[in-house]
Design a protein around this ligand. Structure first.
Ligand SMILES: [Zn+2]
Length: 318
């Protein structure tokens, strides 16, 4: 019945404040990039000088890319821990509103791994901005000289390097925070037994057509959508502002019907086992899958009293 619809659907949206804060921090690189490149002087150079100069700038920006590694890692690390903390808080609220315990906290090895992977990836994305800016400068100079452009024309094109670096920063911030938000949400939702989510867009003129068509569509968690040659869930595409409205009520109701399963105890044991041994993760995913189908749930329920350990449970049922 749909009488308590609101308690069964929960929006998990990337936080705008975090996106802006992250973008601002990464954008600060553009100032230093412009300083290193000293583009203002380009207009007075001969062709040969411009070539040499752009090669030197590229090399200097490459070195800068390497130098900012630890800074980039610390910025990304703080940011994605904040994203995870926020997501955790939101799940606690969901848990409260539906009156059913959902595992939260940071002992979840999948979420932990996701965050660590995201931090690594973002460190390298941030580090690449100076390098990409250098490549862009070399490219513009080479192409400009090939086309017989005047030095001051080339210099004007080079001035856009600052904007280029800022755009890269903005793109990384929005895309990566949104992606991580959806990914962490998905892990918790699947673990909880959520069948999927309703795709929501930001419902304004900037939503691309392919995403606008997804507005209001129910998507299963194991069926990421193929849009514009890319595959992902709501919020997982470049510059995407879409987000999932997670459906949690269906499973919550179903699970009450199979109340004979000693569920809380099982989950706690699974959790402890997972912490001890990551190899068991695969098997617990299998169990979670089983829990979704009524017929396999019955088999699982028969096994449970005998095999409370996750790994052995997999063998018992499979
Ligand atoms: Zn979108």
């Amino acid at each position: 019945m749909a009488k308590k619809r609101n308690s069964g659907i929960h929006a998990f949206r990337a936080n705008e404040w975090l996106i802006n804060d992250y973008a601002r921090q990464i954008r600060s690189l553009s100032r230093e990039i412009i300083k290193i490149a000293a583009i203002g002087d380009f207009g007075d150079l001969t062709d040969a000088e411009m070539l040499v100069r752009s090669a030197l700038i590229s090399a200097a920006l490459d070195r800068y890319s390497e130098a900012i590694g630890p800074w980039a890692e610390s910025v990304a690390s703080k940011m994605f821990r904040a994203v995870a903390i926020r997501n955790d808080k939101e799940w606690r609220e969901v848990s409260k509103s539906i009156g059913r315990q959902i595992s939260t906290g940071f002992d979840n090895p999948v979420i932990d791994a996701t965050i660590r992977e995201t931090i690594l990836k973002n460190t390298s994305l941030i580090k690449n901005i100076p390098r990409e800016s250098g490549e862009r400068i070399s490219r513009i100079v080479r192409a400009g000289l090939n086309d017989g452009k005047r030095a001051d024309t080339i210099a004007r094109e080079l001035m856009a390097t600052e904007g280029f670096a800022k755009n890269r920063a903005n793109l990384i911030a929005r895309t990566e925070i949104s992606k991580a938000t959806t990914e962490i949400t998905r892990v918790r939702a699947v673990e909880y037994g959520s069948p999927g989510y309703i795709w929501r867009t930001s419902k304004d003129g900037a939503v691309r057509d392919s995403h606008a068509k997804m507005e209001g569509v129910f998507v299963e968690w194991d069926k990421p959508q193929a849009l514009d040659g890319m595959t992902g869930h709501a919020g997982e595409f470049p510059n995407c502002r879409c987000y999932p409205e997670v459906v949690v009520s269906a499973y919550a109701n179903e699970s009450r019907q199979v109340a004979s399963i000693p569920e809380e105890g099982l989950w706690q044991k699974m959790r402890l086992n997972l912490q001890k041994d990551r190899a068991m993760l695969q098997k617990s995913r299998f169990i979670l899958k089983l829990l979704r189908k009524p017929e396999s749930r019955t088999r699982l329920a028969q096994c449970l009293p005998h095999q409370p350990r996750v790994a052995l449970l997999g063998e018992c049922v499979g």
